[in-house]
Design a protein around this ligand. Structure first.
Ligand SMILES: [Zn+2]
Length: 486
């Protein structure tokens, strides 16, 4: 008889240090598909559903498709919004029974009001409905809180291996293959996670941590190991399970899974100084910018990356740039819809004093009052992000005595130099360019930058995790503690 598989997707990455909620509109902005995501072009989040449908239909299986929705990273999700989406997925599963498999695409760092672990909660509800014999699999973003409830509720979990995330489709196919083998009784997955006692950021696209990605892959598909993941963790949440974990899925052999999860966790620990991304303080960044005298230096304002849920209007680096007077300097793209309206009302060529940034809350620092000239206005700007064009909303370029500032109306990170070009600023005309992004900007700027440096200013996505106000994590972690294993 034809096997029956239910597929759905629900996710967002929750930054609990920003003062605004993720509401229904935040999901609607990105897309809410009710059973028809695979009839539309794939997005970064619905792509795995396309893969699962293709793989299932190739085997002659019946696909029942449920809800698929995702919101851009932001603050804590509204409780009723999470509960409503969860009930939609569960109702879809109840209606689709009997099932042989359930596949969910989740993020892994979704926090809702009253729910520190949305994915564990969702998966445990799924398990309660389908019972112990239906294969339950989930794909997760490596910026994830990998909880024991997730492991206890699913048969197979597979995470992205690459940051930037270039591999969700490959991982979706791997997850499907393991789940299909589980349904056919060919394998019996057991999963073990290992807490590395680290909270750090890792960029797998640059050496040396790419060697760790290859190392994980080298174990897969042989000697009873089905899958190996590294959950980098998402530092900007106050949940018990915040931090980096290895995950091993083995065929029937828990001891083997445990041993490899621990071994790889130890290898990561031994290489922590090499693998973790290094950040400059604001002061160090200003000194580096002062020394820089050839070509363009790009500074990544990591702590205010809207892609990590941060507001995108922090002023810590802007204030430092104004004080330092570094020569031609470009700053942005800063999210400030209020200032944008003022600039649009004043019009191109107008000179006025404006209050810029620092509006979202304490994580954004103080607003900056500055005399500026409205150099250029632009409507409905788009910038390349990999193969797609990502919206920036309306923009303005404001010129001041020491810094040119690009502002916009839609909260998003700066992916590409074209974002600045849209308002008449050519990044290579500047000695210093500051972008509000953690890493996704890299491909859009690396070609024109003489040097790229990563800065840890304070903020909602502060990479100096020793400054973050965690209350729920119980076990010690590096770098807060030099040796959390002592
Ligand atoms: Zn991620």
């Amino acid at each position: 008889m034809s096997k029956r598989v239910f597929i759905a997707a629900l996710g967002t990455e929750t930054n609990q240090f920003v003062p605004f909620p993720t509401d229904l509109a935040a999901f609607a902005e990105y897309g809410i598909w009710r059973g028809d995501a695979t009839r539309h072009p794939p997005t970064s989040f619905t792509g795995p559903l396309h893969v699962w449908r293709r793989e299932a239909e190739a085997r002659g299986w019946t696909v029942i498709e449920g809800l698929a929705t995702f919101a851009s990273p932001s603050g804590t999700t509204v409780r009723a919004v999470y509960e409503g989406f969860r009930e939609e997925i569960l109702a879809g599963i109840r209606a689709a029974m009997p099932l042989d498999a359930v596949l969910l695409n989740v993020h892994g760092a979704m926090v809702a009001d009253g729910y520190d672990d949305c994915e564990g909660d969702l998966l445990s509800h799924v398990r309660a409905i389908v019972g112990p014999t239906v294969a339950v699999g989930a794909e997760f973003d490596l910026h994830c809180h990998l909880t024991q409830l997730m492991l206890d509720s699913a048969d197979v979990l597979v995470g992205y291996k690459e940051y930037p995330h270039t591999d969700p489709m490959e991982r979706a196919a791997e997850l499907f293959a393991i789940v299909a083998d589980t349904v056919m009784g060919k394998v019996r997955p057991v999963m073990v996670r290992h807490d590395c006692r680290m909270i750090a950021q890792y960029r797998t696209s640059v050496p040396p941590i790419d060697e760790f990605v290859r190392r994980m892959k080298s174990f897969e598909g042989r000697d009873g190991i089905l899958s190996v993941s590294l959950s980098h963790g998402f530092a900007f949440a106050d949940v018990e399970d915040v931090g980096t974990r290895t995950l091993v899925v083995a065929d029937g052999d828990r001891t083997k899974a445990e041993a490899l999860a621990r071994q790889l966790g130890r290898e990561l620990w031994d290489n922590r100084e090499r693998y973790a991304t290094r950040y400059l303080t604001v002061e160090q960044a200003m000194e580096a910018a002062g020394r820089h005298n050839q070509g363009t230096l790009v500074l990544a304002d990591r702590a205010d990356n809207p892609g990590s849920g941060a507001p995108g209007d922090s002023t810590f680096l802007l204030q430092a740039l104004i004080q330092r007077r570094l020569g031609p300097t470009l700053f942005g793209v800063m999210w400030d819809p209020q200032a944008l309206k003022v600039a649009q009302a004043a019009g191109e060529g107008a000179t006025l004093t404006m209050r810029l940034g620092g509006k979202a809350g304490a994580v954004s620092g103080m607003p900056v009052d500055l005399e500026v000239t409205v150099h250029r206005l632009a409507r409905d700007v788009r910038q390349p992000y990999g193969p797609v064009m990502a919206p920036l909303g309306d923009m303005a370029l404001l010129k001041s005595e020491h810094v040119d500032i690009a502002i916009n109306g839609l909260r998003t990170q700066t992916f590409h130099a074209d974002a600045f070009r849209a308002v008449g600023a050519e990044p290579t005309d500047y000695r210093t360019v500051v972008v509000k992004s953690a890493q996704h900007f890299y491909n859009g700027f690396a070609g024109l930058a003489r040097e790229v440096l990563y800065v840890a200013s304070p903020g909602a996505a502060d990479p100096d995790v020793t400054r973050l106000p965690y209350r729920k994590r119980r076990t010690p972690f590096w770098p807060k503690v030099a040796d959390p294993w002592a």
